[in-house]
Design a protein around this ligand. Structure first.
Ligand SMILES: NC(=O)c1ccc[n+]([C@@H]2O[C@H](COP(=O)([O-])OP(=O)(O)OC[C@H]3O[C@@H](n4cnc5c(N)ncnc54)[C@H](O)[C@@H]3O)[C@@H](O)[C@H]2O)c1
Length: 382
């Protein structure tokens, strides 16, 4: 059982290190009523517009009646920043924190240190980089996400963003709302997707779905990953493996980022890497903003080296008013939305409920959901 494994590994760690902090944490974990805190984005007037809108503060993942009927305390907020925020008030005595990448509650080492009762960090969605995973592992916490819950949502969105950039859609839309009509202003840099070389960096669940969706567009498909995809899928999609990322970059007309934010991928696309890309490259990044060097992207968009950049992930989130990506030319950015469609919300709400149920019973989670388990990070985060 996951929690028991955590307890055992904590005891082993103490025996090895002589430290008492892990033991203290485990001794605070008592059976019975738990304090669960959820941090989500607020819906305000939009909440009543759709009965399935569960991913917001008001919807609370649809968990409130169930949790409260079992005697648990469930606090939900969007107030996550600064020393006086609502989240901070509950840090000292919460047992479970449910957070979401769409409105990330940054779980720093400092917060983990203060959270003496905390056992479990659940991500409603995919991508737990808003948690200091090393600090969580050292503290004997379990971190898990709803793996696979919104991969279709993101792959579909990426396909849309590729087409938006290739066809130069955004300036055309702006012309319509500003009362203009200038075909040339759009057409001079609008292309077909057919025949272009598209490379995905990261070909996990989302990357593979994107490759399958791109297949009918008759592109040249490339992928770079730590691991090769199944030969059958390679055959089906025609995607070619590129072991050397730097050798792949100059071949691509369009680059899509599909790997997690880890210590290895943070800032991976800096000025030098971007310089290796083809002049006029289009980039779609729905993975994580911090995989890119923010200013290097803005500069390359200004110089025209990057001819278009689209994505929904930023650092930090919400993006401040002065974030350079808001003002760079040829961008088609949105707030973080691709993985929070109503369909995705229902899936990740169900996944969170399933893990809470298992946690209350002391049972393991589906193996692929673990990001930190028994003091160890999942392989791609190491
Ligand atoms: N925008 C959104 O709403 C949204 C929603 C879901 C996921 N995401 C992001 O997308 C990421 C990918 O999701 P997924 O479900 O496809 O995950 P996944 O774990 O199925 O796939 C990730 C892939 O990246 C590869 N990878 C990891 N580190 C690498 C490295 N250093 N170099 C090359 N390849 C590397 C892995 O081998 C794996 O194949 C998530 O981690 C998350 O950050 C964003």
């Amino acid at each position: 059982m996951a929690m028991k494994q955590v307890a055992n590994s904590a005891i082993k760690a103490i025996a090895n290190s002589g430290s008492s902090s892990l033991l203290t944490r485990q001794l605070h974990a008592s059976p019975g009523s738990k304090k669960i805190v959820g941090v989500f984005y607020k819906a305000n007037e939009y909440f009543t517009k759709n009965p399935n809108f569960v991913g917001c503060v008001e919807g609370a993942l649809g968990l409130r009646p169930w949790l409260e009927s079992q005697g648990h305390q469930y606090i939900v907020t969007d107030d996550k920043e600064g020393p006086d925020c609502e989240l901070e008030k509950h840090i000292p005595d919460l047992h479970v924190l449910i957070s979401t990448p769409f409105h990330p509650a940054y779980v720093t080492a400092e917060r983990i240190k203060k959270a003496k009762n905390l056992q479990l960090l659940l991500t409603a969605g995919i991508g737990s980089d808003h948690v200091d995973l090393k600090a969580a592992a050292e503290a004997g916490l379990t971190v898990a996400e709803v793996t696979g819950s919104n991969v279709v949502s993101v792959a579909e969105d990426e396909l849309m963003r590729i087409l938006i950039l290739v066809r130069n859609f955004v300036p055309g839309y702006h012309q319509v709302i500003t009362g203009d009509w200038n075909v040339a202003g759009i057409a001079y840099r609008a292309y077909d997707l057919e025949g272009k070389t598209v490379g995905t960096i990261g070909a996990g669940r989302i990357g593979k779905l994107l490759l399958q969706r791109l297949k009918p567009f008759n592109c040249n498909l490339l992928y770079h990953d730590r691991v090769k995809i199944d030969p059958e899928l390679e055959k089906q999609t025609g995607a070619k493996f590129e072991e050397d990322l730097d050798a792949m970059l100059p071949k691509c007309d369009i680059i899509v980022i599909n790997m997690p934010l880890t210590e290895k991928t943070r800032g991976m696309f800096d000025k030098d890497r971007i310089a290796k890309m083809k002049k006029g490259v289009l980039i779609v990044n729905n993975a994580r903003g911090a995989i890119m060097d923010t200013q290097a992207v803005a500069d390359a968009c200004s110089s025209g080296h990057i001819a278009g950049y689209s994505g929904d992930v930023w650092y930090p989130q919400p993006a401040p008013k002065d974030h350079p990506w808001r003002y760079m030319p040829n961008q088609a950015m949105t707030p973080h939305i691709s993985g929070t469609t109503i369909d995705a919300q229902l899936r990740y709400a169900a996944g969170v409920k399933d893990m809470l149920e298992r946690y209350f019973k002391g049972e393991d989670f589906p193996e692929q959901n673990y990001i930190v388990k028994a003091g160890e990070l999942a392989p791609q985060y190491r």
